[in-house]
Write a protein that binds this ligand. Structure first.
Ligand SMILES: [Zn+2]
Length: 466
């Protein structure tokens, strides 16, 4: 078995920092040895990585991505191959992507279809959640088969009537079914029925620019749907995870449920921490680059979200990576904002943007690792195989230079999309090396990975349930 010694670095974990060396043997971490005066243990290895002055992190875990996702007659622009490669560039070593049930099809056939897209194509490890868009007796039974197949989180939508939308009754049935196994229901919480009326009014009045995407999906309707999802989960006694929380009204609902001891969790995404309705209002259809749902919010929501991350009412940061090129894809909505494909690129920049939050004093170093790696691992049943630097865990390790400077740009990113939502943004900190199960995927700034190295992760249950 080949061995690698990562020496001289500062390990950052969810519980603190420690000056220690890491010995990797094959795919696993064999030894974590704290450097302390008077201790004279020497380790040797086939390869030495000098991490002096660098952070040594557990690889990032992005639990919300959409590679090759069908939407409105097109597909998100990153394949599992290009998307996982870009993820590794940014220090992410695991993604959990969404298999999407089309109405009238079975969950197991859907899962097979997503395996066919991903298997043999990924540079890093991956798992799946299941999007349930057609609730019926067959589907409900199939949820148990999905759980047996390592997929035990089910996403539902209170938005997108006619596509993914589920009624409150359907949501309740699926929650009851999930609750029997302890599986988690993930919710896109926006009141799609009311939103569709506002959208129709805007189009009829000739308000067709991208900014209207944000104006027709007000934060109150995210708050309302979040509250309703929480009540339904309470009645069904089902663990609930709110995806891509963007509005302080929704955060307040989550905080209240958590104070009441309910198994309710939430994530936010970097775009809601850094971008705003002002970006959606950029002229010349540029705002289309920022169309995602929920929409970017007025700036004043950002402080609430950072605070939620510190207080743990927001436990996870994922990306909702769902890139559509500006040319030919976003352009489908010229003259009608409701036809702009919903989604933004981001899988490559999550670790960096959160590190920027550390530099800005919004998060502590350990909290960075916690929301980006350790909690996602525990929330979705991957811990301690993933999400921690400890003996016996997978050697998914990132060497991170906290002093490096980089400028985010479509000209230099690795995602398969023709624009960057963060074009020109200067960041302090950058990935130097990314190991996936002991193998370099990014090696001192060079791609060294291989398509098909990534394997499917059969996941356990949420480890925070009480
Ligand atoms: Zn999503």
């Amino acid at each position: 078995m080949s061995t690698t010694l990562i020496a001289g670095g500062t390990i950052v974990t969810a519980s603190g920092t420690i000056d220690a060396d890491v010995l990797v043997e094959g795919e696993k971490i064999a030894v974590v040895l704290a450097r302390q005066p008077g201790l004279n243990v020497s380790m040797t290895a086939d390869r030495l990585i000098d991490a002096t002055g660098k952070y040594v992190l557990p690889g990032g875990i992005d639990v919300h991505t959409h590679m090759e996702m069908p939407f409105g007659g097109t597909f998100s622009a990153d394949t599992f191959e290009t998307g996982t490669r870009a993820a590794a560039w940014g220090g992410t070593t695991t993604i959990v992507d969404f298999a999407v049930q089309a109405k009238g099809t079975s969950l197991l056939a859907t899962l097979d279809k997503w395996h066919a897209k991903a298997d043999g194509n990924c540079a890093i490890d991956y798992g799946f959640h299941m999007i349930v868009s057609d609730v019926n007796d067959t589907t409900l039974k199939e949820m148990d088969s999905c759980i047996a197949a390592g997929v035990n989180s089910f996403k539902m939508f209170m938005a997108y009537p006619g596509v993914f939308y589920a009624t409150d009754g359907e949501i309740l049935l699926a929650m009851q079914q999930a609750a029997r196994s302890g599986a988690t229901v993930m919710m896109h919480a926006e009141n799609g029925i009311a939103i569709d009326q506002l959208v129709a009014q805007a189009i009829a009045a000739g308000r067709t620019d991208p900014v209207n995407h944000g104006l027709t999906r007000p934060p109150e309707l995210e708050g309302e749907a979040t509250s309703r999802a929480i009540v339904l989960a309470q009645v069904a006694n089902c663990p609930l995870y709110i995806v891509h929380l963007s509005a302080r009204q929704a955060l307040a609902a989550v905080a209240e449920a958590r104070d009441n001891g309910q198994n309710v969790f939430a994530e936010t995404c970097p775009q809601y921490l850094y971008l705003s309705l002002d970006d959606l209002a950029r002229p010349d259809f540029e705002g289309a680059k920022f169309v995602a749902s929920p929409p970017l919010r007025p700036k004043e929501h950002q402080d609430s979200l950072w605070r939620g991350l510190r207080s743990n009412d927001l436990s996870v940061v994922s990306t909702d990576h769902c890139p559509f090129c500006f040319k030919d894809q976003k352009e489908l909505g010229r003259g009608d904002f409701s036809k702009i494909p919903n989604g933004m690129p981001g899988v490559e920049h999550r670790m960096d943007l959160l590190h920027a939050g550390v530099v800005a004093g919004q998060l502590t170093l350990p909290r960075w690792v916690e929301v980006a790696s350790t909690t996602p691992a525990r929330m979705f049943g991957l811990y301690p195989r993933k999400g921690v630097i400890a003996a016996g865990s997978d050697a998914d390790i990132v060497i991170y230079d906290p002093a490096a400077r980089q400028t985010l740009s479509a000209a230099t990113h690795h995602m398969n999309v023709d624009y960057s939502a963060y074009e020109g943004m200067e960041i302090t900190g950058q990935v130097v090396t990314t190991l996936s199960r002991g193998r370099p995927v990014i090696d001192e700034g060079t791609y060294a990975g291989s398509t098909g190295h990534g394997t499917f992760l059969s996941r356990g249950l949420n480890q925070y349930l009480v």
